[in-house]
Each structure stands twice: as C-alpha cells, then as structure tokens.
Design a protein around this ligand. Structure first.
Ligand SMILES: Nc1nc2c(ncn2[C@@H]2O[C@H](COP(=O)(O)OP(=O)(O)OP(=O)(O)O)[C@@H](O)[C@H]2O)c(=O)[nH]1
Length: 662
C-alpha cells in the first residue's frame, strides 16, 4: 500500500513538472518556429522577386535588342530588296547588304550568351538569314509555326514571346537539345512595307539559371516554374522532372494549390509552397515594345519555391544551447518533483505515525480514565481543607450524587457517618502530616440515607510547593461485613437444628440480663434435656436421633413467643431464655413445652417402628435470672439442678428452682 502510494506520487512528481515545463516552453519554441517560418517566407519572397527581376531583365534586354535590330537601316535596306525584281547591280548590292547583316549578327551572337540563334523570315515563312550555334541546320519553312503566324499579324514594335520549348537536335547528328524560347517581331523595309519576321532564339536554361540559383534555398528549398498548362519550365537535372515534364501530374496537390491564386503561400502538411505568377504579356518592359502577345493558354507562369517547414528538431540542432537549457529545466523540475514526492511521502508516514501514537495515547488516557471512573473501588482526592477536588463515578454512584454537586462544593467528611467521622479525621490528619498517609474504616452516608461500610486508604500527593491533594482509594466493605456477619451467625448456630448454640445463648443472655436490669422485668430460664435419648440412638440409630432433635426444635419453637431465645446447649440439652417472664409464667411455658413434646411423636422411617411414631419426652429445670446476677451462669446452674431433680424424680416433668434459695 505504502509502496503503491509512493509510486503514484513519483509518477505525479515526474509528470506534473514535465507538463508544466512543456506548457511553458512550448509557446516559446512555437513563437521561435513561427519567427523562423516568417523569416523563411520573407527570404523566399525576396528570392522569388529576385528571380522574376532577373528573368524580366534578361527578356527585357533581348526585346530591346530585337526591336533595335528590327529598326536597323541595314536590315530595312536589305528588306527593301527582298521580293522585288533587281538588276544585277542591285542583286550584287543586295548580297553585299546581306553579307553585312549576317556579319553584324554573327558578331553580335558571341557577345550575348543568352542568344542561340537569330533568324530573318520572309512573308512566305522561308528563312532569309540565320545566324546561330547550329550553322549546319537546314533552313526551315515556318509558315505554319505559331510564332510566325502571330508575328505576321503584329504592328511594328509589337512582339510575340513564345513559351520555352525543347529545341530538337538536328538531323546532322547534334544530339544535345536545349531549351529555348523565341521572341519575334514583324519587320518592315525602308518604305514601311511588311517584309517578314525577325526571330531571336534565347537560351532558356541561361535565362532560368538565375531563378534556379536564387530559389535553391540551401537544402530545404525546392524551386519550381511551370506554365499555366502545368508544364515544367526548369532544366534541373537533379529533380524528378526534366524540362517539359508535367508538374501537374508529378505534384498534383501543389499544382491544385497554384490554380487557386496567382500569388501567396499554401501549406501542405509539413511543406510550404510560396509562389508568384509571372506573365510575360503584362509586364511593362523598359523598352519601346508595344503590345506583347504569347502562345494562347501558356501564360501566366508560376514561379515559386517549395520549402520544408522548419521543425523544432532542426531549430534545436542548429543551436544546442536551448536544447541544453530545456534538458536542464526538465532535469531540475523532475529532480524537484521527485524530492518533493519523497519528502511528502516521509511527512505523510510521520504524520500517520504521530496520528497513530496520538490515537493510542488518547485510547490509553481513555482506558486510564475509564479505569479511574469505573473501578470496582472508589477514588477521590481532597484538598488540604478536606474538600473534594476529584471523585470517580463508582464512588459518586455509591453516594448517589453527581460530580457537579460534589466537586469543589462538598467536604468529604460530610459523607461520613457521625460515628465513624473521628476515624476519618484521624486518617486525614495522617495524610496531611509527615507520614503522608492514613487509612480508616468508616461508613459512608448515602443520599438515600443508607450506610455503606468502607475502608479508606489515602496518601498525599506532594509537589515542589507542598501538599497538592490527597489520593484515596475507598473499598466497599458491605460484602465483607455481610460475610463476617454470616460467619458470626454460623459460629453461633447449631447446624443440626438451626437453633442458636451455647455461645449465642451467652450473647443473648448478656443483652437480656442488661435489659432486664434496666427495665426491672423478670427473666426466666428453662433448661431441657431429652429423656433416655441414648436409648433412641442405640435402638434406632444416630440418624433417627438427629431427626428427633430437629423435631424437638420445631415443636419447642411453636410453643414459644417471638422474643424467647431457644438454644441448643449441646447433645440433647437445650435452654430457653424467657424475657419479661415471671416464675409462674415460666413454669407455665415449661409445662406447656413438656406436654407438647410428650404429645408430638416423631415420624421415623425404621423397621422397628413400622407404621408407628416415635414418642419421646423431656425433663425441664426452671428458674429466674436474678437481678444481681452478673451472668447466666448461676441461673443455669440452678436450672440444671432442677433438671437433675426432674430426672431423679422420674423424668418427663418440670422442676422449679428458686434463685432466692441459694
Ligand atoms: N443422635 C444424636 N445423639 C446425640 C447428639 N448429641 C448427644 N447425643 C447422644 O445423646 C445421648 C445422651 O445420653 P445420656 O447423657 O446418657 O442421657 P440419656 O440417655 O438421655 O439419659 P437421661 O438424660 O438420663 O434420661 C448420648 O448417647 C449421646 O451420644 C446428637 O447430636 N445426635
């Protein structure tokens, strides 16, 4: 359980800092990435613009050359001789002019790398003149060519620009075909008569080289240039497309994006396409050109670059410092988290342990309090005045008071019965004195008026400044007293008959004698002895003898008053104390007893006595206890003498003995 908790906290300690650090750093890196992207876009736009400018500049210069050439008097003079009947002289002059023109153009060509060919075409599409890198090429008829047909409809200074095209290798065996584009303008003779078309063929790869160089942005930039039909216009050799290939098929998603706008940028998953339209027809050239036309459906071109969006990895790879700082932050935050988790876990364990100990301490305190409050003995503490400052529930229950009624309100000695109060006071003085302890056996007076015998054992609680209070244990003695009483009772009772024994008789006699002395009332005494009891034992057995003795006790009690004291003196001899009884009355009681015994045979289960009861009798000596006699002894002596005489005289009779006679 504890390990699981620690593991959960550790996971949290790692996860939370990682989330926090990531949440903090992510916007920073994102902003950094956005800035990098913005700067990349700016650079790309600048490069696209530079590419456009470069292309425009080159084409522009070529147009100016074309128009200037078309305006050359030498050319016009040459054209004036074309298509007209000439004299031999004029023919010679025409050939000289043609040679001069050819020489001029031939001289011009090597100075401008971008040109591959100059050609002058007559109204029938035949080449009048051609200067170029492929001098062996045979003259062509261009009457069906678009550039020828378009140029033939143009006014002076208007011009036609063809889309770049692959210049096919000539049959002569030149196998290298290069990409070229044509710019053409109509030409007129000195009279202003249309005489044909002047065409400059430009090396497209030379024109586009700048674009490729400008847009190849390190490793992540991929330049492109396509016409409005999706034809690839670049001559790169590394890419999947060669000049004239279908970009629309090769990169359909980029092509689709290019269809929507002429300028701007589009995001394709992790790539960014930045592009701009280039329209040869609508550019305002710094030239004297009039209208510019081109092949229908091929303009505008799209010039742009595809770049990989910068990634966080690239960014961090460029500069490891942020990466190191980030890692440091993660390590620090995770370390802090783990440290927190472990210390928190320890704290929790400590807290649980403290709570458990506190709980145990509370439980212990509760147990101690419970033991104090509900102990089988009373506990109390008294201040030096004897006032109750503390008392347990057991003792309060004995007394019948509540704590509120007793504590700080009552003196403990008020709960002690007056008879035992001295003993308590003495013991309490002992606690306050040098012995610092005391004990007393006293009785508590309860609220309901009952007396509760107790023994109080107390000691003093002494602090540095002296006596604080007493500490007393109070034991209930009522059970013990009852037990003592029972034992005392048993000590004075004859177990066979349940009558008091000789000791009991002496105790009772002392009281009755004292009372008789106080009251002056006569006190009678009868001593009874069963007749021939030995014979009963002998004949019927000891058990029957016991039964007879018990029957005697019952019969005798029936004949006596409540205050009379019947005791067994021993063996088959009994005595009766008769308080407040005169001689006459005593003799009457004795006689009544004798008769009752004589007429109360005992039912015994014995073979000798089958179906019959056992008769028995007793002899009785009677006397009065004299007022001046200190004990019962003399009276018993007299009664015994009377008994002896009764036996002597035949038994089953009463004999009176007068005390005065002694
Ligand atoms: N069964 C029984 N017999 C007892 C008990 N105590 C004394 N005895 C008997 O009582 C008899 C007393 O006999 P004796 O003193 O000779 O007197 P007696 O036989 O009564 O003769 P008299 O007194 O002269 O009439 C003895 O045999 C005792 O053993 C007792 O608790 N139970």
């Amino acid at each position: 359980m504890t390990f699981k908790l620690l593991a959960a906290r550790l996971i949290m300690a790692v996860t939370v800092p990682v989330i926090l650090v990531t949440a903090t750093l992510y916007p920073i890196f994102q902003a950094h990435l956005d800035a990098r992207l913005d700067s990349t876009i700016s650079i790309a736009n600048a490069k696209i613009e530079a590419g456009e400018r470069s292309l425009k500049r080159e084409v522009n210069a070529s147009i100016n050359h074309l128009l200037a050439t078309a305006e050359m008097p030498l050319l016009k003079r040459y054209l004036s001789g074309v298509g007209v009947a000439r004299s031999p002289f004029q023919e010679e002059m025409q050939q000289i002019t043609a040679a001069q023109l050819h020489t001029l153009l031939d001289t011009l060509l090597p100075h401008y790398v971008r040109y591959t060919q100059f050609s002058l075409i007559d109204l029938d599409g035949r080449e009048l003149l051609r200067v170029g890198h492929d001098p062996l090429a045979q003259a062509e008829n261009h009457v069906t060519a678009i550039f020828f047909q378009e140029a033939m409809t143009l006014a002076p200074r208007d011009l036609y620009i063809s889309p770049p095209r692959r210049h096919l290798p000539h049959e002569s065996g030149h196998t290298v075909g290069i990409a070229v584009m044509d710019i053409t303008t109509p030409v007129f003779d000195t009279e202003g008569t249309r005489k044909g078309v002047l065409r400059f063929t430009l090396d497209w790869e030379y024109l586009a080289a700048d674009i490729e160089q400008n847009l190849a942005m390190d490793a992540w930039g991929h330049p492109f240039m396509v016409d409005s039909e999706g034809s690839w216009l670049l001559t790169e050799t590394q890419g999947p497309l060669s000049f004239g290939g279908s970009f629309a098929t090769d990169s359909p998603e980029v092509w689709e994006a290019l269809q929507l706008r002429h300028r701007g940028k589009t995001t394709l998953s992790n790539r960014l396409v930045i592009f701009s339209a280039y329209d040869t027809r609508t550019y305002h050239y710094q030239s004297l050109a009039g209208m510019v036309v081109s092949q229908p459906g091929r303009d505008p071109w799209q010039l742009g670059v595809i770049i990989e969006k910068p990634s966080l990895g690239e960014l961090l790879a460029e500069d490891v410092t942020p990466l190191l700082i980030t890692l440091l932050l993660y390590v620090l935050s995770i370390t802090f988290g783990v440290f927190w988790a472990i210390s928190y876990h320890r704290q929790q364990r400590l807290r649980h342990r403290t709570q458990r100990l506190s709980h145990e301490a509370h439980q212990y305190a509760h147990d101690v309090r419970d033991l104090y409050e509900n102990a089988p003995c009373g506990y109390h503490s008294l201040d030096s005045d004897g006032r109750v400052v503390k008392i347990n529930r057991t003792e309060l229950n004995w007394l019948g008071y509540s704590a509120a009624e007793v504590i700080d309100k009552r003196l403990y000695r008020d709960f002690i019965t007056p008879e035992t109060r001295d003993a308590f006071d003495t013991a309490f003085q002992g606690v306050l004195g040098p012995d610092q302890e005391g004990s007393a056996e006293c009785a508590l007076l309860t609220r309901s008026g009952e007396r509760l015998p107790v023994i109080i054992q107390a000691t003093a609680y002494i602090a540095a400044h002296g006596f604080v209070h007493s500490r007393a244990m109070v034991f209930d003695l009522s059970e013990r007293k009852k037990m003592e009483e029972t034992l005392a009772q048993q000590a004075m009772t004859d177990p066979l008959t349940g009558l008091g024994n000789r000791r009991f008789l002496q105790d009772q006699a002392a009281m009755e004698i004292a009372r008789a002395r106080r009251s002056g009332a006569p006190l009678g005494l009868i001593v009874i002895d069963l007749d021939h009891f030995k014979r009963i034992n002998d004949e019927y057995g000891h058990d029957v003898g016991d039964i007879v003795l018990q029957a005697f006790a019952r019969t005798a009690k029936e004949q006596l008053r409540e205050g009379d004291v019947l005791c067994r003196m021993g063996g088959e001899e009994f005595a009766v104390l008769l308080p407040d009884t005169t001689q006459h009355q005593a003799l009457q009681v004795a006689e009544r007893l004798r008769q009752a015994l004589e007429t109360s045979p005992v039912e015994v289960d014995h073979e000798l006595n089958a179906g019959r009861k056992l008769n028995y009798t007793a002899s009785l000596g009677v006397t009065l206890v004299m007022a001046d006699e200190p004990s019962l002894k003399p009276a018993i002596k007299r009664a015994d003498r009377g008994l002896y005489l009764a036996k002597e005289q035949g038994r089953n009779q009463v004999n009176w003995q007068n005390g005065m006679a002694d």
